[in-house]
Every structure is written in structure tokens, then in C-alpha cells.
Design a protein around this ligand. Structure first.
Ligand code: ADP
Ligand code: MG
Length: 280
């Protein structure tokens, strides 16, 4: 009998920044959609108790009977928490407010920082006994982190191959970045030696505002090559889309926000190819 191809581990990218309102969730939704649109199979893992990624992808609260909280407490497998979205090849594990109590509940568990990593490792193991509607092998897992450096974010960093940092083009953009980088360094030296910074994505760029251009310059000066070429403009279509439960690419494909997220997706795929190519 022909042997089934060995499942490939997905690339796991965590969207992290302890500042709120910088574009983590918007990027998880729309980068996920853009990657799916160009043929990747993507799982968004919503790790924010606010559940904005779930809502923005059209998952109403009643459909969240099984959530990432149940996955992290070990009640269910990640596979069981996965829901389909309106975007082909884009699935989500939704979150609920229960997640906000996780830290205390897991306080005495020795493996508490590895709950998500272990759940993702089991994701692509073939389990023929489990009848799932979507026995997909994901090429990307995008983790939407909460706005803090708590146990949930540490779980994301322990599970990730790399971190993607959204930075808003505003005056205090760089403030807090060194704390974030320090946390990444701590996770690398203790929990996850392979963790790296995939890149910094500048968001909500306003071309009419000189400050935005200055922030781009400062961040490029400080972070160099780590900053993606693609900059996400401030675009009202991007902020409207979630209220329709849609990614902006479904809401208005032609708008500058959608086009920017498509460019970001291809830039990320190019970086991935460069990383995977054997060293010359
Ligand atoms: P975070 O997840 O980091 O807290 P969000 O992705 O929720 O940040 O974004 C914060 C707010 O900014 C949201 O209301 C969102 O709709 C809005 N927003 C994000 N990106 C853009 C953009 N490119 N243009 C306009 N509004 C945006
Ligand atoms: Mg968010």
C-alpha cells in the first residue's frame, strides 16, 4: 500500500505586543486571510479573552462552545476547537472570556507554559479514529496574543517558531519594544531556544502625517532588516470590516488595506522560503 506522506509541521507565528490597539488582531485576521487567498492553509488561534479575532472572522459567541480555554486547560484537543470561517482554507480556534482566568488555574501545573506548544504538536498527527470535518494540515498557525506579557503570551512564545510584532505608527511606537524583546530573549533562553523575531510590521501609517514617516525612519534605524518592507496604511475599510464579521479582503478587496495585507503575505512567504533554503 502507498505510504501516506509524513505530515509537515506548520510554521507557527505569534502576533505579540503587550500594547493594546497596535494591530495584532487586525493583522492576524487579514494576514491569515491573505495567506489563505494565495493558497496556504491557515489556522488562527485566538488567545485574547476579548475574542476580537473570533468576532472579526464572523464567529458568534454561541458557536464558541469549545474554545482555546478548553484547549489550554487540556479538556479538548486543538483539533476539536477548530471552526471554519467564510474564507476557504482559513480556520480559527475561537476564544472566550474564560481565558482571563487561565493564569490562576494553571499556576501549579509544571507544564503550564507548554500547553499550546503541545496542543499544536498533536495537531498534525494523523488521528484516524477522530472524525473531523476538516482534517486539514495547516501550513501556518497565527496566534493572536492578548495585550500583555502574561502566561497566555508566554504559551504563544513557547509554541511559536517566530514572533511577528505589529507596531503602530505613532509617537510612542518604540516604547515597550525593548521590554517585548527582553521577554522574547527570556523565552528563548528557557522555554524555546528556536524562537526568533520574524519581523516588525508597521501599522496604521498615515501619509498625511509627518509623524508617521518619522516613526518609520526611527523603527527602521532601530530594528533594521527586521522591519518588513510592507507598511499597513491607516484605512477606514480595515476598521469597518470587523463589524461585518469579515476580513477586509472579503469586505473590500480593492482597498489599500487589503492590498497591503496581500503584499505582507507574499513578503512573509518570501522570507520563509529564504529561511528554508539551504545555506549557500
Ligand atoms: P490589537 O489587537 O493590537 O489590540 P487591533 O487589531 O484590535 O489591535 O486594532 C486596534 C484598532 O485599530 C481596531 O479598532 C482596528 O479596527 C483599528 N485598526 C487596526 N489596523 C487599522 C488600519 N490599518 N486602519 C484603520 N484602522 C485600523
Ligand atoms: Mg487584539
Amino acid at each position: 500500500a502507498p505510504t501516506a506522506p509524513r505530515p509537515v509541521a506548520p510554521r507557527v507565528l505569534a502576533l505579540a505586543n503587550q500594547k493594546g490597539g497596535v494591530g495584532k488582531t487586525t493583522t492576524a485576521i487579514n494576514l491569515g486571510t491573505a495567506l489563505a487567498a494565495i493558497g496556504e492553509s491557515v489556522l488562527v488561534v485566538d488567545l485574547d479573552p476579548q475574542g476580537n479575532a473570533s468576532t472579526g472572522l464572523g464567529i458568534d459567541r454561541r458557536s464558541r462552545r469549545v474554545s482555546t480555554y478548553d484547549v489550554l486547560t487540556g479538556e479538548v484537543s486543538l483539533r476539536e476547537a477548530i471552526l471554519e470561517t467564510a474564507v476557504p482554507r482559513l480556520h480559527i480556534a475561537a476564544s472566550t472570556m474564560d481565558l482571563s482566568g487561565l493564569e490562576l488555574e494553571l499556576a501549579s501545573q509544571r507544564d503550564r507554559a507548554y500547553r499550546l506548544r503541545d496542543a499544536i504538536r498533536r495537531l498534525n498527527l494523523r488521528d484516524d479514529s477522530f472524525q473531523v470535518r476538516n482534517n486539514v494540515e495547516y501550513s501556518y498557525v497565527l496566534i493572536d496574543c492578548p495585550p500583555s506579557l502574561n502566561l497566555i503570551t508566554v504559551n504563544a512564545m513557547a509554541a511559536a517558531n517566530a514572533i511577528l510584532v505589529p507596531l503602530q505608527c505613532e509617537f510612542f511606537a518604540l516604547e515597550g519594544l525593548s521590554q517585548l524583546l527582553k521577554t522574547v530573549e527570556q523565552v528563548r533562553s528557557t522555554l524555546n531556544p528556536e524562537l526568533s523575531i520574524h519581523g516588525i510590521v508597521l501599522t496604521m501609517y498615515d501619509a498625511r502625517n509627518n509623524l508617521s514617516a518619522q516613526v518609520v525612519e526611527d523603527v527602521r534605524q532601530f530594528m533594521g532588516e527586521k522591519v518588513y518592507e510592507t507598511i499597513i496604511p491607516r484605512n477606514v475599510r480595515v476598521s469597518e470590516a470587523p463589524s461585518y464579521g469579515k476580513p477586509v479582503l472579503l469586505y473590500d478587496l480593492k482597498c489599500v488595506g487589503s492590498q497591503a495585507y496581500l503584499r505582507l503575505a507574499s513578503e512573509i512567504i518570501q522570507r520563509e522560503r529564504a529561511l528554508r533554503a539551504p545555506a549557500a
